[in-house]
Design a protein around this ligand. Structure first.
Ligand code: AMP
Length: 434
């Protein structure tokens, strides 16, 4: 029989709050994590965004704190990005809606005034990115001696982003006697080291969907000759029946160009989210997308990690990601919690190998389809043909070191270069880039 929230001994006020948020039964990670966490044990949870991991740790946090105290923080939740922190705070507020517990969300890139005011008013739960937390701590603005639950969310991301020194500093200023809950989408060696340092005899729980694309995502890829044709096809895809679509690019520059192109053709229905945007712009873009004000969000891998938006119907990889993790992460934005979703990847000739690599390593099926005839094949951008040829060349040389392609590196083959193509300047640039 399926586990219920009652089975997990969650009190009525939280069950009611969950039900008003449309949440009726625990997900797998919740069913596994809540009981040991409520019993006071350290928990190591391997679960990605979309599994319900946020409530898997917030329900125990809420269950242990129960009501407002003197206003000093009792639980500290650390997250690698501002977007994730804001999202966790949103989940917390709906869970704690029927109580008097307060939270404060602390992240950098914005002024401190509002955050300081919220801290002054009192907060049992602090949700923060490590940098801003330490910043406020060093100014004496936050009292951490009463913290008794520490949560690290997306621990693998924190490691990747080099947060370890800050995490260690934070550990030094919170009480040693506390409960720790550490959640991570993956569990590479680095995270294991972190877990060993942070947790005491943890109970390890895992969401079985971990690492595998959800079965409800239909994955398709199309060979598309170049950037301009991709734009034309993208317009067709987002115009046609897609409800809420995330478009992924590899670089900020590409994300800007794609969003400007779409904005010109479908004014008012597109936002762009990447790391170069100001904090407010990023949060506004996400809110507009989440609230359904715009139906397309163009973004990059870096800024979209961990973002949770309900009802994303389509993920479009305008540019194919370089590795399996990013691919799985991107397509995981759709088909959340067993809803149907579609992931479409557009691959120019230099990206076809990436798709092949993803398919080979990800235990997943990606159907290849031909570009529909209605999509006009447009000319290459200046220099695009050379860029694609250079990438393919590099790939071939990596696979076969004896291969001598059209683009040779200066140092290795000076004589060939002189008698080679008629544009040595370009070759040099290509060699330098890599
Ligand atoms: P998370 O993995 O924590 O980012 O959660 C992903 C999404 O699942 C969020 O939109 C949650 O509101 C939703 N969610 C979390 N737990 C449940 C549940 N037990 N039943 C249905 N939806 C849930």
């Amino acid at each position: 029989m399926e586990t219920t929230f009652e089975d997990l001994k969650i009190t009525r006020q939280f069950i009611d709050a969950l039900e008003s948020a449309g949440i009726h039964r625990p997900t797998e990670i919740q069913a596994k994590a809540i009981v040991p966490a409520m019993a006071g044990q350290d928990v190591l949870g391997i679960a990605e965004t979309g599994s319900g991991k946020t409530l898997a740790y917030l329900i125990p946090v809420a269950g242990k704190i129960k009501y407002a105290r003197d206003g000093h923080p009792l639980a500290l939740v650390l997250a690698p990005s501002k977007e994730l922190a804001v999202q966790i705070d949103r989940v917390w507020r709906s869970l704690a809606a029927n109580t008097d517990m307060r939270s404060v969300c602390l992240y950098g890139g914005v002024g401190k005034k509002g955050q300081l005011a919220a801290l002054k008013a009192g907060a049992e739960v602090v949700i923060a990115t490590p940098g801003r937390l330490l910043d406020l701590y060093s100014e004496g603005q936050i009292f951490l001696r009463q913290v008794r639950i520490l949560v690290l969310d997306e621990a693998d991301r924190m490691m990747e982003m080099g947060f370890m020194p800050q995490l260690r500093q934070i550990l030094e200023v919170i009480p040693v006697k506390r409960q720790n809950l550490l959640f991570s989408a993956t569990f590479p060696e680095r995270t294991e080291v972190l877990a060993a340092e942070f947790l005491e005899f943890p109970v390890r729980v895992e969401s079985s969907a971990h690492g595998r694309p959800v079965d409800t995502v239909s994955q398709i890829w199309y060979p598309v000759p170049n950037f301009r044709t991709k734009l034309a096809f993208l317009l067709d895809l987002v115009g046609e029946g897609a409800e809420r679509t995330m478009v992924f690019c590899r670089t900020r520059d590409a994300a800007e160009r794609v969003s400007k192109f779409l904005e010109r053709r479908m004014p008012g229905s597109v936002r762009v989210l990447h790391a170069n945007k100001g904090q407010h712009t990023r949060i506004n873009a996400l809110d507009a997308f989440r609230d359904g004000e715009v139906k397309v969000l163009v973004t990059t891998d870096v800024s979209s990690r961990g973002i949770d938006v309900d009802g994303v119907s389509h993920v479009i990889n305008f540019e194919v990601p370089k590795n399996r993790e990013d691919y799985l992460h991107r397509i995981g934005r759709t088909a959340r919690l067993k809803k149907q979703g579609i992931a479409v990847s557009l691959a120019d000739p230099s990206e076809e190998l990436h798709i092949a690599a993803v398919v080979a390593s990800a235990d997943t099926e990606v159907e290849r389809r031909e570009l529909p005839e209605r999509i006009e094949v447009l000319p290459d951008l200046p220099g695009e043909k050379q860029r694609i040829a250079r990438t393919l060349d590099l790939r071939k040389r990596r696979a076969d070191p004896t291969y001598q392609g059209a683009f040779h590196e200066k140092k290795k083959r000076p004589s060939k270069r002189r008698s080679g193509t008629s544009n040595p300047g370009q070759k040099k640039k290509g060699g330098k880039k890599r």
